[in-house]
Ligand binder design. Structure first.
Ligand SMILES: [Ca+2]
Ligand SMILES: [Ca+2]
Length: 340
């Protein structure tokens, strides 16, 4: 046995005594409880797609904005350890949450620990840190959406101390870890040391209907929300106004997305044609009564621009193209329009 193994043995012994440090220590082998994993109420399983959204769309870890609570907590442990920003995976009450098992009411697995938010969020990724040597083996990640819990992750047989889960953006006010089974060496306890939560807004444009005041022959408004960000010039990739070839085709011209319902909007990413960048434009949002201008852009020469603004609710969004590039100022071109 080398030094490292000795050390890990010693640490292991320390850990097992400090674990249940309330004097009510219990040998794992004595636990004969039959683990009956109840199914969570009305759980809906969504496809958990391994879709990695661009990092630029991530608004950062929002775990600290949530309120941490748990179904039960082992004495000396705390739910607030899961969002204190400390990723330390050391086992013990200073670093993690653990369920109460028999020492609290309602403490047996399955048991949940959760983060609640004041307003709806769009959850799309979590990073779960559990305790080294006591990794949470089986768990679900669930989002409270209206009256339902939506299961966005089902993890079984985990032995990793941290795990990244990316899933279809899911709106809700609570995200929770439903601990189903602890590690084989202590299966009655689920431990969570840190839960990082990320949201990625859904691109609302993808489900919108695109129309335009006029369209140049061979071009189409539908190019702006086909999910293709290709910035090549041409009708296969973009919308352009009709100019004199269509009635009412001269600038200014509008290009519009209709969402079919009110959406919360705070960001637009506009892709135009490389070499023919739209120079002057406004972006406006329709709230059912009037248009509000949220972006006024002049002198643009970038093929892609991200505009963020104070969140506004609207059922339509439009780009008013005012002037094309200096080399072709009578045409405005939009290749893709993303709305978040
Ligand atoms: Ca922590
Ligand atoms: Ca496109």
């Amino acid at each position: 046995m080398n030094t490292k193994q000795l050390l890990s043995l010693a640490v292991g012994a320390l850990i097992s005594t400090s674990l249940l440090a309330t004097g009510k220590q219990e040998a794992i082998n004595d636990v004969t409880d039959k683990m009956e994993l109840q199914s969570a109420d009305e759980v809906q399983v969504t496809a958990s797609k391994e879709r990695q959204l661009p990092e630029t769309l991530s608004s950062g870890n929002i775990a600290s904005q949530g309120y941490a609570s748990a179904q039960s907590t082992f004495p000396g442990y705390s739910a607030s350890n899961i969002n204190d920003g400390d990723r330390n995976t050391t086992v013990g009450g200073n670093y993690s949450w653990a369920n109460g098992h028999t020492y609290t009411a309602d403490g047996r697995l399955p048991n949940w620990v959760q983060l609640s938010y004041r307003s709806e969020r769009s959850f799309s990724k979590v990073v779960l840190y559990t305790s080294r040597g006591y990794e949470l083996r089986d768990y679900d990640i669930q989002v409270r959406s209206g009256q339902n819990w939506i299961t966005v992750v089902q993890q079984r047989g985990n032995t990793s101390v941290s795990r990244v889960h990316t899933f279809t953006p899911t709106n809700g006010t609570i995200i929770r870890v439903l601990a189903l089974r602890g590690p084989n060496n202590q299966y009655i306890y689920g431990r969570v040391n840190e839960l990082e939560v990320y949201e990625d807004a859904q691109n609302l444009a993808l489900n919108a209907t695109a129309t335009a005041q006029s369209t140049f022959s061979g071009y189409s408004p539908s190019r702006v929300n086909d999910g293709n960000r290709n910035t090549r010039v041409g009708g296969a990739y973009s919308w352009a106004n009709g100019h004199k070839y269509t009635p009412d085709g001269r600038l200014p011209q509008w290009l519009q997305l209709s969402f079919g319902r009110l959406e919360r909007i705070s960001k637009v990413v506009l892709y135009t044609s490389l070499g023919y960048e739209i120079k002057d434009y406004d972006i406006q949002v329709w709230n059912g009564n009037r248009w509000t201008t949220v972006v006024t852009q002049r002198g643009n020469t970038s093929v892609q621009r991200t505009h963020t603004f104070a969140p506004i609710y609207g059922s339509k969004l439009r780009v008013i193209g005012r002037r094309g590039p200096d080399n072709q100022y009578i045409y405005v071109r939009v290749n893709e329009l993303e709305v978040y």
